[in-house]
Design a protein around this ligand. Structure first.
Ligand code: ABU
Length: 888
């Protein structure tokens, strides 16, 4: 509707012009001007002696988006009345408004604006409503030096002074909602939100601002959806993403469509909480809408429990505004103009419209006073008059008065600074639950009024499937028994060391190199202590201490291994060096290894070897720690979902990790692997050898087999099963315990038994356990016995034959002598002494090679089998302490 005062002749002329323009510019537009009788052109006296000043109104009176004019226009008219009734404001002037309906449509709104511009009277200021119309109007108004005041524009985009240099608004920017939304999310522990918006600049700029605020608050927008006119797929996407906290920004008509879809998909309370704009009329969901195929009841169900935020539009206290009117008086007066406020669009914003007119009136009053000394009057304003326009702009810019909506003042960008009001819909009705003063970060909530579902125990629902991080801990059922085993093994190792020290004076213990054996036991103790460290996870150590545990494990395990295994290796290496040397047997061309000279055991060589191993270890570990230190790393395993609890469990596994962990581990495994394999080889080579001064080399060899085989198996397996903490710990720790315990048993128990049987520990070959014969030795023994008996049989048969021959000879000799005695007595005697056979009583048996003897130095020697040994063999047997020799 259009209302202005005009003389009848000019009125006809104007009408012609307007109708012509309407036909030309907006054919089929369908709007009409309502001319209020008695109103005149700007600057003309209407008979009351007052000069009329005109405001051009572009009011959203119809339309589906926001028909705020219905509530705001009566308030603006009320303000005009109040201003005009005041003699101290704009004396000699009457402030009037010529307006038309924009239907909150930018095209129509622009058209109305041009009509206002190109038709008299001159409008000294333009008043707009919603954002989508305010935006093009305010952008164009600067071309006519026109100041624009909006009572219903919330778009954050309008805060751009470069684009809208003459724009002011009493409506707070929609960005004001965002700190409130974030504050509420923080209050209720929500960090993940979803967003759905209508594609309009006002909402896009609001959400852009929200994104920044969310990021700054360390929150997350999990999904952002926008739609032009049909929100179905956008809402479906929200559901697909399992959105729980949804901020929806759209006009009222779209809100009905969105909630119809949400209803169909079940995307609502209590599982899903919506945040909407708070300026819809209270029963907006009940409005008949042929585009929405949901009933009001269905929409009500979908809207239950949602929250709204809105800039505070009517002061909660009853202090009077500049007009002298209080909030309650305003509501009373509005009630006389509007039948059903709850159903009237723009009713909540009506105080803003009232304040907008007052701001304009006060600014014009100020301008009037400022221009008066220069003889310039407000009615002199034309669209080209920059001077008056500037004055009006500056006057508005410096506004500061108590309005109905609070203090009316504008920021540098022309925005209002206001409190935010928070409401919740309960059983179809909006209930105020609090306010937020962003400037002072003060949230006032009436918590008892807030309704939460019993499904969530009367608490805010979660913002999504909650993810709980669960540290994968080593089971105590495994850790404690393994620790007990390790502890017992450590005790046993201490007993072994004590025994070794107590009996080191005995010859038998001395011949086993007790110091080296002590190193073995100490290495075992260090490695066993590592077992306890291996199980120290998040339940026992703080995450900051975890890297120290990692370093301790690396150092202790390496040093323990080197000391224990390295000592055994040095022994077996010494034995091998003493007893084997390759040489050609020229007799049969076969290669044989045999000791060719006697050597003493030199313990210092073993100490040097162990020292070298330790030095290599220490250098390697120091370089590792300095170059690429170990740290605590978390491996996230696949999640477990518990739908009934809205819970997702994220198993996490702690690891010792380094940037180049594989490289360091490769080097360590490579070095120790070579040592293990070489140790295996030496143990095999010397399996049948015993050296007096290393009398336990056989057991050391067995321990090396055991350690090498277990380590070679365990190392790769623990890498493969790395993600199963119990299995890794159980496997690795039991291997360590088993290796150490068996090593201690093999090396120390035979000595303990030997000392038990012979407390003096004298070195005799009869001492059990000194050097047990091998199976191979026993087979050789059997073979020699069998050979000996067959030779004996042969000797017996030969002796029988000799006996027979001897008898035959003697018979023949008798008969011959009888015969010769008769004929030649003396010559026959001399022939007998020359030809007679001189046979021994028995034949000398063949010698038995010492090469076939496995234990020259042990209880089983070839000398014990045959008394007829070769010359050098007697020294091997007699001196037995020296060495054995064997064929390979
Ligand atoms: N409170 C109504 C806001 C309407 C708009 O910004 O378009």
């Amino acid at each position: 509707m259009f209302s202005f005062g005009i003389t009848s002749a000019l009125m006809k002329k104007m009408l012609h012009l307007v109708l012509l323009l309407l036909t030309l510019v907006t054919p089929n537009c369908g709007y009409s001007y309502q001319i209020k009788p008695g109103e005149e052109y700007s600057g003309d006296d209407d008979g009351s002696g007052l000069t009329s000043l005109y405001i051009g109104g572009i009011i959203p009176y119809t339309g589906k988006s926001w028909a705020g004019g219905k509530g705001c226009l009566p308030a603006a008219q009320m303000a005009l009345e109040d201003v005009n009734n005041r003699t101290d404001i704009l004396p000699g002037y009457e402030l009037k408004m010529i307006w038309n309906d924009s239907a909150c449509n930018p095209g129509l709104g622009t058209n109305v604006f041009y009509n206002l511009l190109y038709n008299e009277p001159i409008k000294i200021i333009v008043l707009t409503g919603c954002s989508s119309v305010s935006t093009p109007v305010a952008e164009a108004a600067k071309m006519w030096n026109l100041v624009v005041m909006a009572f219903g524009a919330s778009s954050p985009a309008l805060s751009n002074r470069d684009r809208f240099p003459t724009f002011f608004r009493t409506h707070p920017s929609a960005t004001l909602h965002n700190p409130t939304r974030i504050k509420l999310c923080q209050e209720w522990g929500w960090k993940k939100i979803a967003v759905i918006q209508e594609t309009q600049e006002v909402f896009t700029s609001t959400i852009e601002d929200l994104e920044k605020a969310v990021k700054a608050a360390d929150m997350e927008i999990v999904i952002r959806q926008s739609f032009l006119s049909e929100p179905d797929s956008a809402v479906l996407n929200l559901q697909d993403q399992d959105a729980r906290i949804i901020v929806g920004v759209f006009y009222e008509d779209m809100a009905r469509k969105v909630f119809c879809e949400a209803y169909k998909l079940g995307l609502y309370w209590p599982k899903v909480i919506w945040f909407l704009i708070g300026w819809y009329p209270d029963n907006w969901y009940m409005v008949e809408d042929k585009d929405v195929n949901c009933t009001a009841e269905e929409l009500k169900e979908a809207l239950e429990g949602h929250f709204t935020t809105e800039g505070m539009m009517l002061k909660p206290d009853d202090t009077p505004s500049i007009s002298g009117m209080t909030s309650s008086r305003f509501e009373e007066r509005m009630a006389t103009k509007i039948d059903n406020p709850a159903e009237t669009s723009g009713y909540p914003e009506s105080p803003l419209a009232y304040d907008a007119i007052w701001a304009v009136a006060l600014a014009l009053n100020k301008t009037m006073n400022k221009l008066a000394p220069f003889g310039i009057q407000l009615e002199n304003y034309t669209y080209g008059n920059e001077e008056i326009a500037n004055e009006i702009y500056m006057a508005l810019n410096s506004s500061n008065f108590p309005g109905l909506s609070g203090t009316v003042a504008f920021s540098a960008t022309g925005d209002r600074l206001a409190w935010t009001q928070i409401e919740q819909m309960v059983d179809g009705e909006y209930k105020k639950i609090g306010y937020y003063d962003f400037a002072n970060d003060n949230l006032t909530l009436e918590r008892e009024k807030i309704v939460w579902s019993d499904a969530y125990e009367g608490k805010p629902p979660p913002d999504g499937v909650r993810t709980e991080e669960e540290l994968q801990l080593i089971s105590k059922k495994i850790y404690i028994p393994v620790c007990i085993l390790a502890g017992l093994s450590i005790c046993f190792a201490v007993v072994c060391i004590t025994f070794n020290i107590c009996f080191q004076h005995t010859g038998y213990i001395q011949c086993s190199q007790p110091h080296i054996n002590n190193f073995i036991a100490v290495g075992c103790i260090i490695a066993l202590f590592c077992v306890i460290l291996l199980g120290l996870d998040g339940q026992y150590v703080h995450e900051h201490q975890f890297s120290s545990v990692c370093h301790s494990i690396a150092w202790l395990l390496s040093i323990g291994f080197t000391l224990g295994y390295g000592s055994m290796f040095s022994k077996i290496w010494m034995v091998h060096g003493l007893v084997t040397q390759e040489k050609h047997d020229s007799d049969d061309g076969r290669k044989r290894r045999r000791k060719i000279s006697l050597q003493e055991v030199q313990p210092w060589k073993m100490y040097i070897m162990i020292g070298i191993f330790l030095a290599v270890d220490i250098i390697f570990l120091t370089v590792w720690q300095l170059v690429d230190p170990l740290y605590r790393d978390i491996e996230e395993q696949s999640k477990k979902i518990i739908p009934e609890k809205d819970l997702e469990i994220q198993p996490q596994l702690e690891h010792c990790e380094a940037k180049k962990f594989e490289v360091w581990l490769g080097i360590l495994y490579g070095m120790n692997g070579l040592l293990l394999i070489f140790g295996l080889f030496l143990a095999y080579e010397t399996r049948n050898m015993t050296v007096r001064d290393l009398n336990d080399s056989r057991y050391v060899g067995m321990a090396i087999y055991n350690v090498a085989v277990l380590c070679i198996i365990t190392a790769p397996v623990t890498i493969i099963i790395r993600s199963q903490q119990d299995a890794v710990f159980g496997f690795a720790s039991l291997t360590i315990v088993f290796c150490c315990a068996l090593t201690l048993v093999l090396i120390f128990v035979p000595k303990m038994l030997a000392i038990y049987r012979n407390p003096q520990g004298t070195y005799t070959k009869n001492i059990a356990g000194y050097a047990n014969p091998s199976k191979e030795d026993e087979e050789k023994n059997k073979r020699l016995v069998a050979e000996n008996s067959s030779i004996k049989q042969e000797i017996a048969s030969k002796e029988e034959r000799i006996k027979q021959l001897t008898e035959l000879i003697s018979q023949r000799r008798q008969s011959f002598s009888q015969h010769t005695n008769i004929h030649q007595r003396s010559p026959s005697r001399s022939r007998k002494s020359r030809n007679s056979l001189q046979l021994p009583d028995k034949l000398t048996p063949p010698t038995i090679s010492c090469e076939d003897s496995a234990f020259v130095s042990g209880g089983f020697t070839s000398s014990s089998l045959s008394p007829y040994s070769r010359g050098h063999r007697s020294s091997c047997a007699a001196s037995e302490e020296e060495f054995s020799e064997t064929y390979i």
